[in-house]
Design a protein around this ligand. Structure first.
Ligand SMILES: Nc1ncnc2c1ncn2[C@@H]1O[C@H](COP(=O)(O)OP(=O)(O)OP(=O)(O)O)[C@@H](O)[C@H]1O
Ligand SMILES: [Mg+2]
Length: 360
């Protein structure tokens, strides 16, 4: 049985439903992220788990116990909010110790646990400092130690790394994941950063407009996005609008994109259906022009360090292509090039099938 579950959980503010029929099962020890654009209901969902926002409908259980309406302090949760609000007048040690004092943990045990929590986030040496004497990343780690020290059943993190610069953020992502693995705490993290969600989570919950649209492991989410939104929100994608011109019993279909035809695994589509296909930029290779290959003109080229990014104008529309910066010479702007990919890499986006007009 799952450890933390949400069953048909909804939240309304007046007549506005900001979370709709949310279902989620988190296993013990799992790291799950809620990912989605601003205003999609991530914080509200976390607040309902924490007990800071009332649940309008549905049920939340933790370890088999119904906690839908339980008081926040009886839920056994550790929480780190976006603004990590340390007590400014207390040392690092006292900030971390505070929750244990509230729980009347004996002094000797408190000292042990604070020491262990600070060691976990590599801040033993800073125990006597005050928050103002720490960097943003160090403060963030104190907030994490403070949440972990009470040994919560579930750790809830709302944009815990949002105030950090890119480099520190990346370091903290790895650190957070390492700490979570070591301690094994079931964790739910809110983020609107897809790279962050993908790099640290066991599973990612994508939310759009108060609804869950896909729950999957990061790699699967990236390789098999269920909607047009996910396809472009999680990584970059070339979206191609076309019409099915032939189908086969094997589940393969031929899609016509202007003058170009493309094979795609698309069970359930019919001839004449308008469809949207997704093709990731890094799945396309630039090769010499050939008669049986799609070709195009390189309009722009950008150097990204480890990669080159190209915008290539083709008969199937403009395609973004990302190639590794290896020993091969990059293609110049204005040059003609061939483009190739394996047919397995083209995805039909679910819900994108309709028999209407194609605009492209
Ligand atoms: N107390 C409230 N009263 C009315 N509406 C609210 C309240 N709190 C949140 N909302 C609305 O609920 C929706 C979801 O808000 P929420 O804070 O959950 O979004 P979010 O996904 O966390 O966004 P962000 O990434 O910007 O933090 C928003 O449209 C917001 O305006
Ligand atoms: Mg939020």
């Amino acid at each position: 049985m799952s450890f933390l579950t949400l069953e048909n959980v909804s939240k309304c503010y007046g007549t506005a439903q900001v979370v709709c029929d949310m279902n989620l099962s988190v296993e013990k020890g799992e790291f799950v992220s809620l990912l989605g654009p601003s205003g999609c209901g991530k914080t509200t969902t976390l607040q309902m788990m924490a007990g800071f926002a009332d649940v309008s409908a549905g049920r939340i259980t933790l370890a088999g116990r119904d906690i839908t309406h339980a008081k926040p302090n009886t839920r056994g949760l550790g929480i780190v909010f976006q603004s990590y609000a340390l007590f400014p007048h207390m040392s690092v040690h006292d900030n971390v110790s505070f929750g244990l004092e509230m729980r009347r943990v004996p002094k000797a045990e408190r000292a042990e646990r604070v020491k262990a929590a600070l060691a976990l986030v590599h801040l033993e040496a800073h125990a006597t400092r005050y928050p103002r004497e720490l960097s943003g990343g160090q403060r963030q780690r104190v907030a994490l130690a403070r949440a972990l020290v009470i040994e919560p059943q579930v750790l809830l993190l709302d944009e815990p790394l949002s105030n950090l610069d890119a480099k520190l953020r990346e370091e903290m992502q790895f650190e957070l994941r390492q700490i979570q693995r070591k301690v094994g705490t079931t964790t739910v993290m809110v983020t609107h950063d897809q790279t962050e969600a993908m790099s640290i989570s066991d599973r990612v919950v994508v939310m759009e407009g108060g609804r869950v649209t896909q729950i999957d492991a990061p790699h699967r989410l990236y390789e098999h996005p269920q909607t047009r939104f996910i396809s472009s929100f999680v990584g970059k994608a070339n979206l191609l609008e076309g019409r099915v011109s032939a189908t086969a019993t094997s589940g393969w279909a031929t899609v016509q994109l202007g003058a170009v035809s493309l094979d795609v695994q698309a069970p359930g589509v019919g001839v004449g259906d308008a469809v949207v296909l997704s093709l990731r930029p890094e799945k396309i290779r630039l090769l010499p022009e050939r008669r049986d290959r799609l070709s195009g003109t390189v309009r722009e080229r950008f150097f990204l360090g480890s990669q080159w990014l190209y915008r290539v104008e083709t008969a199937a529309g403009e395609l973004v292509v990302v190639c590794p910066n290896d020993e091969a010479a990059p293609v110049e702007e204005g040059m003609r090039t061939g483009l190739e990919w394996s047919a397995q890499q083209v995805r039909l986006l679910a819900g994108a099938t309709h028999a209407g007009e194609v605009t492209a």
